[in-house]
Design a protein around this ligand. Structure first.
Ligand SMILES: C[S@@+](CC[C@H](N)C(=O)[O-])C[C@H]1O[C@@H](n2cnc3c(N)ncnc32)[C@H](O)[C@@H]1O
Length: 231
């Protein structure tokens, strides 16, 4: 009955929110006190951390070329980099999709400004910055071949709504690629809420109708997990 009423839009947003998310007043200081499918959502990394995203040693630490190889891109592909930040991945992917484009989506207007500045500086016209909302990536239906999220999904305030909007934006058989620090490994020295286990990622992706394809273990500290939209 509740689900029928929800589908018909009879429930106020706050009540619907309470059915999907749990709120805790005593919680992890790195989190927002909101729990989704047993996982507390992490605080958003503010635009003040842009310099950290662009740090020199990042290439060695994260080996982004292996992430890009794992995307199996065609030159005509439309890639959505969701939670793009400064575009660390968007600008590395752009030359690989010379006949396609990269939609660099972020919710912070300051990050969008940084993306626009770097786009001009790097002369990469096929990167398109897109301001998303906390519930919607604001991309056209069935327009995206690959949706990539690197170190971002764990901090989405409304993961269910954002993932639903991503699934809608994917073409049939489009893929979601999630790169998250390995939550199973205590030797990965990243704050707990900024890591995810494979089991948790699979549970959350399957709940929005995505099919798990595979995990690539080529990265030093992160999982690269691939899911597919049903055709
Ligand atoms: C830790 S940064 C990672 C940035 C980039 N993916 C990278 O690896 O360099 C996470 C980014 O996700 C963005 N973000 C948080 N919630 C979001 C949402 N609901 N939709 C889109 N972006 C979001 C933040 O604004 C931030 O720029």
């Amino acid at each position: 009955m509740i689900l029928v009423l929800l589908g018909l839009g009879f429930f106020p947003a706050a009540l619907a929110d309470g059915l999907v998310y749990e709120t805790r007043s005593f919680h992890n200081p790195d989190g927002i006190g909101k729990v989704y499918m047993g996982r507390e959502i992490a605080q958003v990394m503010g635009y003040e951390g842009a310099g950290w995203l662009e740090r020199d040693r990042r290439d060695g630490e994260e080996q982004p070329q292996k992430v890009i190889a794992g995307l199996d891109l065609k030159s005509t592909d439309i890639v959505a980099d969701i939670g793009a930040g400064t575009g660390y991945f968007s600008f590395r992917i752009a030359p690989r999709v010379s006949k396609g484009k990269v939609l660099a989506v972020d919710v912070q207007p300051e990050m969008i400004e940084i993306l626009k500045t770097l786009k001009t500086k790097k002369h990469l016209s096929n990167v398109q910055p897109v301001l998303g909302s906390v519930t919607d990536v604001n991309l056209a239906a069935e327009s995206v071949d690959v949706a990539l999220m690197v170190d971002a999904y764990h901090e989405f305030e409304y993961p269910k709504e954002v993932m639903t909007s991503i699934v809608k934006a994917l073409k049939p058989s489009g893929r979601v690629v999630l790169v998250e620090y390995r939550g199973e490994n205590p030797l990965v020295l990243i704050k707990g809420l900024h890591k995810m286990t494979q089991k948790q990622v699979q549970k959350e992706m399957q709940s929005v109708g995505l099919t798990y394809l595979e995990t690539r273990n080529s990265l030093p500290q992160q999982h690269l997990m691939i899911f597919e939209k049903q055709s």
